[in-house]
Design a protein around this ligand. Structure first.
Ligand SMILES: Nc1ncnc2c1ncn2[C@@H]1O[C@H](COP(=O)(O)OP(=O)(O)OP(=O)(O)O)[C@@H](O)[C@H]1O
Length: 347
């Protein structure tokens, strides 16, 4: 890869249609007019439910599938114009990490890492140096001669990441890289991907169906639904001000919003008073400001639901409080709070 300015990946009006299963069936639009730019040096996540078109989108980027319409530009080169040789070169500049690892299970870790280097024509001694460097980076120096089939899932994915990085690609595509792993292992692998981005400067395009993955490592995110990008932006913005229903559903999986109606009903049995949800965003008021306002107006308050989360140094969250005391005083406290802490009545 050569160009050094502009986005590393840019899709404009990208469409991918597949023919229907049977003759006469309508074509299926797996990707439906996607505009998207992945900037150099960032971790860009694409999130969506199963069937949203995420994997197909990734296959457009590494040109495993041609677009039906629109354009896909990687490092300044329109991939639709590439010859076989050009495509091979493109793919050499793109590391791939998969959910099911796609490693040679019966070979050793070393053998798996040597393979792409041999294909790239690297001399034996240089391979030794490179493999040892990679194994140290992913924390598997002691596993060089272990059979991949004997490793744990997390170790396998470390090998998968090392293999993807073997030829120093500027771009890594991670397709559900942690979806087959348990929560602890997921955290380790996400930490490793973050180091790949920060320490090696590798741009990462990752696809996932888990908002927690997005929250942990992505800088920007695009939400896909039925082939379309319905919303995209910096992760903090998308989390704090989700615009689309699908996005709100994803955000709710990691950030407490309002309690469900049956939870509210149970809470009301235990807590008297008026239920109000306070929305905290880093730029606005903090919980202590809200609590001070209640105290000033002699309003009793009890925290009944919610939590504060941290995303890339920005804290936000939703707290539901039960407010007791004189009704006029509660109104006055809430009126005072409104400009700094947005609140809504919990029905
Ligand atoms: N080669 C193909 N031929 C026909 N239809 C396809 C093909 N590849 C994907 N599709 C269809 O395109 C749609 C999007 O699939 P895709 O795999 O991109 O979604 P996804 O968001 O990655 O979901 P998942 O996480 O389940 O893989 C699906 O309806 C799928 O059945």
């Amino acid at each position: 890869m050569t160009a050094s300015t502009g986005p590393l990946v840019e899709l404009r009006g990208a469409v991918k249609e597949f023919p229907g299963a049977r003759r006469g069936d309508a074509v299926h639009r797996a990707v439906d007019g996607v505009d998207l730019s992945v900037e150099r040096g960032e971790i860009f996540a694409i999130i969506g439910y199963s069937g949203a078109g995420k994997s197909t989108l990734v296959r457009l980027v590494n040109a495993l599938e041609p677009v039906t319409a629109g354009s896909v530009v990687v490092d300044g080169v329109d991939v639709t114009t590439l010859s076989e040789r050009g495509l091979r070169e493109l793919r050499r500049g793109i590391g791939m990490v998969f959910q099911q690892f796609n490693l040679m299970e019966s070979r050793t870790v070393w053998g798996n890492l040597a393979f792409p280097l041999t294909v790239a024509g690297m001399a034996r001694e240089e391979q030794q140096r490179r493999i040892s460097e990679l194994l140290h980076f992913v924390g598997l120096a002691d596993k060089a001669h272990a059979r991949v089939g004997d490793l744990s899932g997390g170790q396998k994915q470390r090998v998968g990441i090392a293999r993807a990085l073997a030829t120093n690609p500027p771009l890594l595509l991670a397709d559900e890289a942690t979806s087959a792993l348990d929560p602890d292992t997921t955290r380790d692998v996400l930490d490793l991907l973050e180091r790949v981005n920060r320490e090696l400067g590798v741009t990462i395009l990752l696809i996932t169906h888990e908002m927690d993955v997005v929250r942990r490592i992505a800088h920007r995110v695009a939400v896909m639904d039925a082939g379309k990008v319905v919303e995209q932006g910096p992760v903090v913005d998308v989390f704090t001000e989700p615009q689309h229903d699908v996005t709100r559903r994803f955000v709710r999986t990691v950030v407490e919003d309002v309690p469900d109606p049956d939870v509210v009903a149970a809470l009301r049995e235990r807590h008297p008073g008026r239920f109000v949800r306070l929305a905290f965003r880093d730029t606005a008021g903090r919980p202590s400001q809200a609590f001070a306002a209640f105290a000033r107006h002699d309003v009793g308050f009890e925290l009944v639901h919610g939590g504060i989360e941290e995303i890339q140094g920005t804290s936000f969250g939703n707290l539901t409080v039960a407010l007791t005391g004189d009704a006029a005083a509660v109104d006055a406290a809430l009126a005072e709070l409104a400009p700094v802490v947005p609140w809504t009545e919990v029905a």
